[in-house]
Each structure stands twice: as C-alpha cells, then as structure tokens.
Write a protein that binds this ligand. Structure first.
Ligand code: DON
Length: 304
C-alpha cells in the first residue's frame, strides 16, 4: 500500500474542500492557535512514517491523553478499575454532568471528562507521584524523553475550569473521588496539556496497533486482551456523542481532543494522527474526520 501517495492525494482533496467549524475558545490558550493548520502522519507497525502538511508542529493533545491515562491505570490497577468507571458510550457531550446523578457518581466510560477524572484519582491512589509517573509512562510509550506538560496550557484551562471542578466535586459527593479536588484537577489539567506533533502522536499510540507491544521491541505495555479492550473503548466512546458517526464514517478506534487532534488505530497495521483545529459542533476536528474517512474509503481497509 503506497500510504504516502494516498495521504498526499486525500490531504489535497480535503484541503480543497470547506474548512468548517470553530477553534475551541473555552480554554483561552487554545483560541490562539492558527485555525488553518492541517497535518497528518501515519506510522506502520514496522515504524515507517508517512506524513503530509503540518505533521511536525506540536499541538495540545487534550482529551487524547485520556487514553494514555486509562492504559497506565489498567496496566497498574487492573480490572478493579471497572468498579469505579463503566465502559458504555455516554451519548452525551464530553463535559456533561447529567448522567452522574442517576448513575450514583460512576461515569459511563473513562474517555468523557468525568471518567478521566476518576482515572486520575485512581492513579493518585496507585502512587502519590502519579503526575510524574504518568509523564514517564507517556515518554516511554512515545519513545520520546523530551515530552513535557505544558504549564501555560494547564494554567489557562485551570483559570476557567469551573465545569471540571464541578465534576470532581459532584463525583466526590458520591464517594468516587478519594483525593482533594485541587490535587485531582492539577493532575487532570496537566495530562490534557501535553503537546505532541502528528508524527509523535502516531508513534505514541502505535502499541495499540501492535497487540500492546512497543513496536520493534518485546516490551509489553498491555497484553493483547487488554489492548483489545482499550481499542473497543476508543471505538465506542472516543468521540462522545459522535462515536457512532465516527465508526460509521471511518471504522477505526480513535480518540479526539479539543486541540483539533485525532488519533486512530488500525490494529495489525498502523496508527494515524491528524490535526486541524477547527471543530465540528460535537467538538471533533472537522477536517480530521474528513481525512480519516477518506483514508479508510480509499484504502478500503477498516476494522469492519
Ligand atoms: O477537560 C476539558 O475540557 C479539556 N481539557 C479536554 C476536552 C477535550 O479534549 C474534549 N475532546 N474533544
């Protein structure tokens, strides 16, 4: 498969089309990003990368990092995690509070804000140094010791973090948050603040295309059964109330972030990351979804 030629062709087609949507502005730092940035990088499990456009420029990965927090928690805490967070698609917006009331503080899944916040709390119980250990984990799976939390993005989000503060306190009222609100939020905002380029992101998530092993090594991040489950959660929950549409259009497990990034995994073949900051009304990258739809349509290869 000539991925380079395919990416170049679909990139040009999507770029020639409309760039609808709006850059996320509720986090002040994200509002400053150039809305017309557009990059893609596909890395195969043989570690060959194919890239087009702004594929080397770092952007805020935001909710994409929730998957990495889930992987670290699942690896270290195991199945007891599912007592505190479910694995069902919520069908609601990423930052919704509504279901928590009737679900007694158990978030529907680990990829909505409520669920990721519970994962942060669980990691803080695993280790008081969870914030540092998580960065170590991300650096290890990405094979990139230079990755960092972005303090200015984390602080920017904290300055307007009313909704996430409400989520932590509401879940805490049901007994499903065990650490101080400030500590949980500090970790949550930090993990959302990590910046990566499309190339770095496609390499970072490659183990999920490789049965849980770091490609080119025998290092097992997750076992094949755990890897299947993480991919299943991405497939059903990675795009919030647009998860069905993403499965319908693209047919790959994936995760979006409000920074305009999307990562998608083709088990056994590749991981692809795309970045375009304008978001559709559901908070997912407009061009990102279009490019991934064109990719699986052109290659006639998805998980379905
Ligand atoms: O908590 C928030 O609102 C952001 N840090 C992350 C949200 C996000 O990326 C939603 N994804 N599309």
């Amino acid at each position: 498969m000539d991925y380079q030629a395919i990416l170049e062709q679909i990139y040009q087609t999507v770029k020639a089309g409309e760039n609808q949507g709006r850059v996320a502005t509720y986090i002040p730092e994200l509002a400053r990003v150039n809305p017309d940035r557009f990059g893609v990088c596909l890395t195969t499990i043989g570690q060959q990368s194919y890239a087009v456009g702004d594929s080397q420029e770092r952007f805020s990965i935001q909710s994409i990092a929730k998957v990495l927090a889930l992987c670290m928690a699942y690896k270290n805490i195991g199945n007891t995690l599912w007592k505190r967070v479910g694995v069902e698609p919520s069908g609601t917006a990423f930052n919704s509070l509504v279901q928590l009331e009737s679900d007694a503080g158990i978030p529907r899944n680990p990829l909505i804000n409520a669920g990721a916040i519970v994962i942060c709390d669980a990691l803080l119980s695993y280790s008081p140094n969870a914030k540092r250990l998580f960065l170590d984990f991300v650096r290890m799976v990405a094979g990139n010791p230079q990755l960092e939390y972005s303090q200015h993005i984390a602080e920017s989000e904290k300055s307007v973090g009313y909704r996430n503060t409400a989520l932590v306190n509401f879940i805490k009222s049901f007994g499903n948050i065990h650490h101080p609100t400030e500590e949980v939020l500090d970790f949550y905002f930090a993990l959302c603040s990590i910046e990566m380029s499309c190339e770095e992101l496609s390499r970072c998530f490659l183990f999920l295309a490789n049965q849980g092993k770091l490609p080119g090594t025998e290092t097992e991040i997750l076992n094949p059964s755990q890897t299947k489950r993480i991919n299943a959660i991405m497939q059903t929950c990675g795009f919030y109330d647009e998860a069905g549409e993403f499965a319908y259009k693209v047919g790959l497990p994936g995760k979006s972030g409000v920074g305009g990034g999307i990562v998608a995994v083709r088990p056994g073949r590749y991981c692809v990351a795309v970045w375009s900051p304008r978001l559709n009304p559901k908070g997912n990258s407009y061009r990102g979804v279009a490019l991934l739809e064109a990719l699986t349509t052109t290659t006639q290869d998805s998980i379905f």
